[in-house]
Design a protein around this ligand. Sequence first.
Ligand SMILES: NC(=O)c1ccc[n+]([C@@H]2O[C@H](COP(=O)([O-])OP(=O)(O)OC[C@H]3O[C@@H](n4cnc5c(N)ncnc54)[C@H](O)[C@@H]3O)[C@@H](O)[C@H]2O)c1
Length: 320
Amino acid sequence: MSAAVAPRVVIADPLAPRGLELLREQLEVVVSTEPARLPIDLPGAHALVVRSRTQVDAALMDRGAELKLIARAGIGVDNIDVSAASRRNILVINAPLGNVQSTAEHTMALILALARRIVTADASLRSGAWRTGYHGMQLQGTRLGIIGIGKVGRKVAEMAKALGLDVVACDPYVPVEEWLALPARPVDAAELLATSDIVSLHLTLTEETRDLIGSAELAAMKPGSLLINCARGGLVDEDALAQSLQSGHLAGAALDVFQTEPPEGSPLLTAPNVILTPHVAASTREAQERVSTEIAVQVLDFFAGRSVAYPVNCTVKTED
Ligand SMILES: NC(=O)c1ccc[n+]([C@@H]2O[C@H](COP(=O)([O-])OP(=O)(O)OC[C@H]3O[C@@H](n4cnc5c(N)ncnc54)[C@H](O)[C@@H]3O)[C@@H](O)[C@H]2O)c1
């Protein structure tokens, strides 16, 4: 591929160095991480690389008349209008494996911090108090209910089992024969909510799953239980969760993702016993390097005419 005709790739969100180096070896790379620059840099671009920050809607795609590829360095493609991309015959790809371990580790960090009230204890000590008499929850023997036992959910289940938790899960899309090999016992959603001491969400956000956890589901959860969400903010009705925490029905919640990010004005900011992190579950050096490589290799494969490992909209014709 000669430098003069190298396809142009616009990088809209920060990408870890290894992926950038790989792309620069063969393609023209334009780093356009200032949101105001993106519409200016898109005309003439053949590929657009994003993480979760950039919203790729039809209007943005219209700025890039030559776009053939939209690459999401990470798994969730809810910030990309995939239908609009398909209509324009733009292939969407993602990098679904690179951040699984880091996301599962962050989930476990939140479960441990919430169960042992680490944030409260830290704040209490800094305010001059010493052993104020609160008690944490021992995890061994308690039940963790995982909703969505895909890549991250399975890893969380393995880690939780190693700590001695009783792990149950519900996922209507897992075939019966697959459950035997999974580190979790299948239950239906009603049993999971009613019997779990900790409920952790690991499913994708779709029109079917939006607001999956609302006031009825929170009321169905065991009194004194905990809710963890490291998947997507739109899965949980934040007003209903704040009310449940205020009433004391739920004992705590920990969230890495929000309906609107950043969650300005969210009632969760002032709700009791909540740990909030700013969508950083996948933000480890290791995960970002892996994801950037996973996406760069596919971008190179695409422009070299090879098949890509993780197409999202498989119906797009890639030969033209
Ligand atoms: N916080 C972060 O930074 C971060 C990082 C990575 C992934 N994520 C999110 O975590 C979630 C899981 O990621 P993954 O890689 O494990 O995805 P995955 O596709 O491997 O797993 C998702 C699972 O959810 C299941 N599911 C779908 N609808 C369901 C329903 N109604 N009830 C129960 N299960 C249902 C699917 O069958 C699948 O097994 C995604 O939402 C992803 O965007 C967040």
